[in-house]
Design a protein around this ligand. Structure first.
Ligand SMILES: [Zn+2]
Ligand SMILES: [Zn+2]
Length: 346
């Protein structure tokens, strides 16, 4: 197999050739057809996630490491004890694979497992032509979905889907605010349009991203840079029932929490690593809920793929590039030059 491997933090990926692995009991081998690039890949490549200010959460990986957790492909072969999906089936690969033994895994929250087997971090991931999947349960058949859609469903799609599910079922006339129109935010917009009849309000500092959001069905797109942007929004609309912060910076959280009405909910999903100073009295006085959401469960991933198969969700914006161009794709993503998602093709 060929892969674009990380051999040290912060260094360009290297083109490596290795023997293609054979699946053991319970495992599956998948030939990769598309792999999405995610901001988390950038953080892992840098070697840490920011915890705000100077504080850092280091990433533990073994080198060489193959990044990429948005994976779509075709089943090549199945290990002993695995009955399907049959070789040749097109699948999305749920990458948030747990240990299978702990309490989180047993209650169906593999994505919250500590000693996990996450593809693209703990195990080799999608920036390759093949991936060995340690638990064949992670294979989700995608039928004839357009190329790349299944891959993007596994992180940007799933992250947005799980965050939106935490909003519940608000009254239809109340706006829902989505802050940050990067890959996950745009996926969130498309899913929100399919899940809620409510007006969906997009927020981004970048004019091109606001334009993309309006084209893709946002009721309006707000530039949060203006001093009174959030106040004006609340004055005009009475405030949102919920806001999802797809960035996780101090400023984006401030906009999200400022935009909701009393009794509203803020869901934080972005891993930017900002800090927020929250006067605790605002929680009871505004009766507000702050929730965190991290990727999503295997059940949610299956539910999302079923929703995507109905054709009710707009296809995410994506730009296809060859796997061999992974390094320049990383640079463009880091520089904020990507609208939507870069999808690499082996
Ligand atoms: Zn991701
Ligand atoms: Zn576990």
């Amino acid at each position: 197999m060929r892969c674009q491997a990380m051999t040290a933090f912060g260094q360009p990926l290297e083109d490596l050739e290795r023997e293609t692995p054979q699946p053991g009991p319970g495992e599956a081998l998948v030939k990769i057809t598309r792999a999405g690039l995610c901001h988390s890949d950038l953080h892992i490549h840098e070697g840490y996630f920011s915890l705000g200010g100077e504080a850092k959460q280091p990433v533990a990986v073994q080198f060489p490491c193959v990044l990429g957790h948005e994976i779509e492909g075709e089943v090549v072969s199945l290990g002993a004890g695995v009955s399907g999906p049959a070789p040749g089936t097109r699948v999305a690969v749920f990458p948030w694979i747990g240990c299978g033994q702990c309490a989180a895994c047993k209650r169906g929250d593999q994505h919250l497992c500590g000693p996990n087997r996450v593809l693209g971090v703990a195990r080799w991931g999608g920036l390759a032509d093949h991936v060995l999947v340690p638990d064949a349960e992670a294979l989700i058949p995608i039928g004839d979905m357009a190329p790349g859609v299944g891959a993007l469903a596994m992180c940007s799609g799933l992250t947005a889907f799980s965050a939106l599910k935490k909003i519940g079922k608000p009254r239809a006339e109340e706006p829902i605010v989505l802050v940050g129109m990067g890959g996950v935010g745009l996926a969130g917009l498309a899913l929100a349009k399919a899940l809620f009849p409510n007006p969906i309000v997009a927020v981004d500092i970048d004019a091109a991203k606001r334009e993309a959001a309006v084209k893709r069905g946002a009721a309006e797109a707000i530039d949060p840079a203006g001093a009174d942007a959030v106040k004006d929004f609340v004055k005009r609309t009475g405030g949102a029932v919920a806001a999802v912060d797809f960035v996780g910076a101090g400023d984006t959280y401030a906009f999200a929490s400022g935009s909701i009405r009393r009794g509203g909910t803020v869901v934080v999903v972005g891993l930017f690593g900002g800090l927020a100073n929250i006067p605790l009295i605002t929680l009871p006085l505004r009766a507000m809920t702050i929730a965190g959401s991290f990727v999503g469960s295997l059940d949610e991933a299956r539910e999302l793929v079923a929703l995507l198969k109905t054709g009710k969700v707009a296809t995410p914006l994506m730009e296809e590039r060859p796997l061999s161009a992974a390094n320049s794709a990383f640079e463009d993503l880091r520089a904020g030059k990507v609208v939507g998602r870069v999808v690499l093709k082996p």
